[in-house]
Design a protein around this ligand. Structure first.
Ligand SMILES: NC(=O)c1ccc[n+]([C@@H]2O[C@H](COP(=O)([O-])OP(=O)(O)OC[C@H]3O[C@@H](n4cnc5c(N)ncnc54)[C@H](OP(=O)(O)O)[C@@H]3O)[C@@H](O)[C@H]2O)c1
Length: 321
């Protein structure tokens, strides 16, 4: 990827897209193309085609998607499958058609079977039944992977697919109904502490094991892959270590400084029992995550505090959920 290359970051206002944008700026790339959702709806085939014809980006990071936690995924499966299929289909096709040199598609670890052996290797894709709570989203992501692989096979299009584990970091979504577990925990503990509440209830049993990657590490990996990876095989991006939701909750509780009790609501779904990515392939290329979890949570909590202090920018993100 040349320093002056025209690089389009689809979804640059999101958790991942914003981190990729920051990382590219840090690395000195100056010809970065970003467009607000309001000005370009990637679910519209016509709008996407016109955009690519006019702008002719050379590289594309496809970080635009409809994303949410267990609750949002199980309540709105139609929205998740439709919007994700539409966005990725239009962007990948238009990128190929308009001579993009390379595209990076972002999938997710939920593409792997619910009971896949742990840690999950790239070759476990399509080897078993998916987790039902986010099946529609996972099927859309799998279609995106197959689309990238098919365009590579038929047309020689250089599309690569990165599968990140659970992410967190500055810019995350902290809405209690729609967010992922880590930002939801930060907010719950923070509000409990502010309101002098004596206990915090956490969804599920606390026993599932999860892995968390700081979004700045992911962005670094995406830029690394754009420069160093050109294979049809998907590639996992994670830290290679996991912990239980209870351990995570205790870590967040201590960072936020909440002194009350933790209670687990077993009537809420747990999701997949364990999700840990095998990162041997990525490490073999010479990349490794750098930000320790506690340090990353501290930084994310500081960001959250700054956002809640400036109510305007925080509510902007909540309004659209
Ligand atoms: N977050 C995670 O833990 C996680 C884990 C693994 C993989 N990933 C993958 O990483 C990618 C990005 O996720 P994220 O967490 O960054 O999501 P996010 O914070 O919700 O950001 C999504 C981005 O996509 C944009 N977008 C959504 N629909 C659009 C549309 N129709 N037209 C134009 N732009 C649209 C959003 O713009 P607006 O905000 O303006 O609507 C936003 O910029 C996804 O493919 C996801 O599967 C995320």
């Amino acid at each position: 990827m040349e320093q002056n290359a025209k690089i389009y970051i689809a979804g640059h206002t999101g958790l991942v897209g914003a981190a990729i944008h920051r990382r590219l700026q840090q690395a000195g790339f100056q010809n970065l193309l970003i467009v607000a959702h309001d000005d370009l709806n990637l679910a519209s085939q016509h709008a996407v085609n016109s955009f690519f014809q006019e702008q002719r980006p050379e590289y594309v990071f496809l970080a635009a998607a409809k994303v949410g936690g267990i609750h949002a995924n199980s309540t709105f499966p139609a929205d998740f499958i439709y919007e994700n299929l539409a966005i990725q289909t239009h962007v990948i096709h238009a990128a190929w058609k308009n001579g993009v040199k390379k595209l990076l598609f972002l999938g997710s670890s939920c593409i792997y079977p619910r009971l896949a052996p742990q840690p999950m290797k790239e070759e476990y894709l399509l080897s078993g039944i998916l987790e039902p709570t986010n099946e529609a989203y996972a099927i859309a992501k799998i279609a995106g992977i197959k689309m990238c692989q098919s365009y590579r096979r038929q047309y020689g299009f250089n599309a690569i697919c990165a599968m990140p584990t659970n992410l967190y970091g500055p810019g995350d979504n902290f809405d209690l109904e729609n967010s992922h577990v880590l930002p939801a925990l930060i907010r719950k503990f923070h509000e409990a502490q502010q309101n002098n509440v004596d206990k915090v209830v956490i969804w599920g049993t606390g026993t599932p094991r999860r892995e968390f990657l700081h979004v700045d590490d992911l962005a670094d990996a995406c830029v690394f892959l754009m420069r160093n990876y050109a294979d049809q095989q998907i590639i996992n991006v994670g830290v290679g270590k996991d912990l239980t939701i209870r351990e995570l909750a205790e870590m967040v509780r201590d960072i936020v400084g909440f002194k009350g009790k933790l209670e687990f609501d077993a009537s809420r779904p747990d999701g997949t029992p364990r999700k840990l990515l095998d990162v041997t392939r990525l490490q073999g290329l010479g990349w490794q995550a750098r930000i320790p979890l506690a340090e990353g949570i501290r930084e994310t909590y500081a960001w959250y505090l700054a956002q809640t202090a400036s109510t305007q920018s925080f509510s902007r993100r909540e309004k659209k959920l």
